[in-house]
Design a protein around this ligand. Structure first.
Ligand code: B12
Length: 229
């Protein structure tokens, strides 16, 4: 197990390598985290994601533009590839199947992939549709896989408007399915307004919400089945 000073140093290195879009240093820091026995989850969220948060600030301050951000995202993904296999597997007693994707018109997928990773380490079956996903594709995939959960991600006010359309269509075809939304411009209020069953502000809360939603759905399905007997 890494001592605290070493851990702090590695987290700073991960964070700064994302900010400085330095893919090689990011890989090096990720490997150091693995060698030091750090939890992958901590290295990802307190290192890589902390770096991307600062990148967001630099973008807003117009110090960074799209080309820099793309390189920052490349560095983050290079570190993520190394750290992902070292995330603690969790058995939270509830598993389910989830369809996940970023809605049409939106290519932001870092947040969506972090949410996916949390489901992955918890043993969920994942159908990842990727990014810029045509709205009807979510509906088709849910029906095809009969997944308990559909997770919609959006990072732009212009793309999030697709969410209520997907929710309406899925609910019309299969009311027995739970839908969770997330991404920076979304909120609990919007989720309620659009008829989604859940909202979470980050990846670890997304998993907690998903567990609650899937447990509730399974209970409902069991009750329905026992009434039909
Ligand atoms: C990285 C980035 C990019 C990268 C994306 C790379 C990639 N592969 O994802 C690139 C360079 C491609 C990009 C492009 C653009 N971007 Co951009 N981008 C960002 C930036 C800097 C960071 C986003 C990010 O990855 N954050 C880190 C992750 C970890 O956080 P997150 O995404 O919020 O995810 C967490 C939560 O939201 C939540 N979550 C996410 N999804 C889901 C889903 C569910 C179901 C749940 C429960 C939770 C959940 O959990 C995640 C993990 O904890 C943000 C700024 C910001 N402050 O957010 C702008 C930002 C999102 N981009 C913006 C814009 C405008 C654009 C462009 C239009 C710029 C341009 N002029 O071309 C294009 C759009 C292209 C398109 N059609 O999509 C704006 C959006 C403004 C708005 N409100 O609409 C932002 C907010 C910047 C700004 N302040 O102006 N961008």
């Amino acid at each position: 197990m890494a001592d605290e000073a070493k851990k702090k140093e590695i987290l700073e290195k991960l964070k700064n390598s994302v900010i400085q879009y330095d893919e090689d240093t990011c890989k090096e820091a990720a490997n150091e985290a693995v060698e030091a026995g750090m939890d992958g989850n901590e290295a990802i969220f307190d290192g890589l994601v902390a770096g991307m948060e600062e990148v967001g600030r630099l973008f807003e301050a117009q110090e960074y533009f799209v080309p820099e951000i793309l390189m920052c995202a490349d560095a983050l993904y290079a570190g993520l590839d190394i750290l992902k296999p070292h995330c603690r597997q969790m058995d939270l007693g509830v598993k389910g199947a989830v369809v996940i994707g970023t809605v049409e018109g939106d290519v932001h997928d870092i947040g969506k992939n972090l949410v996916k990773m949390m489901f992955d380490v918890s043993g969920f079956t994942i159908y990842d549709l990727g990014r810029d996903v045509p709205l009807d594709k979510f509906v088709e995939e849910q029906l095809k896989t009969d997944s308990e959960l559909v997770c919609l991600s959006a990072m732009m006010t212009t793309s999030m408007v697709g969410m209520p359309k997907v929710i309406e269509k899925i609910k019309a075809k299969n009311p027995d399915c739970m839908i969770m939304i997330g991404g920076a411009p979304t909120s609990k209020e919007l989720a309620d307004k659009w008829g989604a069953d859940g909202y979470a502000e980050d990846a670890s809360n997304a998993l907690k919400e998903a567990i609650k939603m899937v447990s509730f759905l399974k209970k409902l399905r069991d009750e329905k089945a026992s009434k039909q007997k």
